[in-house]
Write a protein that binds this ligand. Sequence first.
Ligand SMILES: *Cc1c(COP(=O)(O)O)cnc(C)c1O
Length: 341
Amino acid sequence: MEKKNLDWANLGFGYMMADYRYVSNYKDGKWDDGEITTDANITLNECAGVFQYAQTCFEGLKAYTTEDGHIVCFRPDLNAQRMVDSCERLKMPVFPVERFIDAVEKVVKANEAWVPPFGSGATLYIRPYMIATNPVIGVKPATEYQFRIFVTPVGPYFKGGAKPLTIRVSDYDRAAPCGTGHIKAGLNYAMSLYPIVDAHEQGFDENMYLDPATRTKVEETGGANFIFITKDGKLVTPKSDSILPSITRRSLMVVAEKYLGMEVEHREVLLEELKDFAECGLCGTAAVISPVGKINDHGTEICFPSGMEEMGPTTKKLYETLTGIQMGKLEAPEGWVKVIV
Ligand SMILES: *Cc1c(COP(=O)(O)O)cnc(C)c1O
């Protein structure tokens, strides 16, 4: 297998059409066998459920080449299960966990030439998603769906090192209590576009969303969970039913406790206590951890003393340990790394 001739180290985070995708269709109450195809386009009726009432959810994970030359992905079973949870909340048919993992494996294998080589810093981003495909005009769940996975090579998230972000406390809300904040639904992103464009216009990198009911507790950003490090070296991460359960964050909690011997607290985090933390980061599949240097709360700046110029020391240890596990340099907990090739 010959790799594509790409400038791997200088890829951005954008869509590049790879050769193959996985498609399975749901009709008459069941999924078909699914297949790998070359057609990157979808033709749908103008009244398809996805267009009218946004019945769609997605996942995001990565495949990468380890030091010893294997192609692996990280905890795909958790993505599969999270998509089950998203589908149930949106009245979409569940794509079984085992089939999801098998489909990821097939589509990555088919696109082996697109998986960036070890050491390039680049990875193959994998995007599974589901859409309602048949015409729906009265408000109700569709009866036909498509599950699809495409892949696209993406560059290192931070070129030339991670520069700490400046974020602002948002006046907009992301997810209502008992709403859909805990699932990976496209609708959660559509309504975050206005506040993120506004944040960028005001010179901020991200929005920190609070709990809409009391506006006193930290939830997350539009696409990443928060982690905080206390001055005495504990990992604290916000707990709320409307936060999307990040796989990166859940993995970092294990890494902190089991690999670094840190205390871990998963609990409500008050806006008021942010000033007492030593370090802050955002975590998600795309960047693993992005350090946060400053939080602006309506003009009042909260600065994290050990993370203004570069990633703080404890955040860095967490980052290096988790990426070491992912890249096969450190022994992974049972079941975390799925070898594909
Ligand atoms: C996908 C996502 C994350 C990050 O989850 P990972 O599983 O770590 O990639 C965090 N918050 C939101 C809102 C997300 O959609």
